[in-house]
Design a protein. Structure first.
Length: 113
């Protein structure tokens, strides 16, 4: 109940594209900060990614924060390019995440990979 469900490979990805006008620069910072807190990875400037099963959580969080109007959400799947493992490693700092999870209370130093 209090743990995050692990993504399944076949579920695909949630892409969050955003564009915030220069006149709302503070909202752009809030949006990026919210996406980071939600655990999304960066594909490119203005394009973020998460496992697809997080769609509802991400959408609701953006709505509650008043940031949904700057975003478009898409579902996708990886079809070509480097291996998915290489691609995912470019979106997130996996070594830092592994260290963070390994040191989390209640994890007892057990590996999370």
């Amino acid at each position: 109940m209090f743990t995050r469900r692990r993504a399944q490979l076949g579920e695909g990805w949630l892409l969050v594209a955003f564009s915030v006008p220069e006149s709302a620069r503070d909202q752009r910072h809030r949006l990026r900060s919210r996406l980071i807190r939600l655990g999304l990875g960066t594909v490119a400037p203005g394009l973020w990614v998460a496992p697809a099963h997080l769609e509802s959580e991400v959408s609701h969080a953006l709505e509650r924060a008043g940031l949904r109007r700057y975003t478009e959400l898409f579902r996708s799947r990886h079809v070509a390019g480097p291996t998915l493992a290489e691609t995912v490693a470019s979106w997130w700092d996996l070594d830092a995440l592994h260290a963070q999870y390994a040191g989390a209370p209640g994890n007892r130093g057990m590996p999370v990979r």
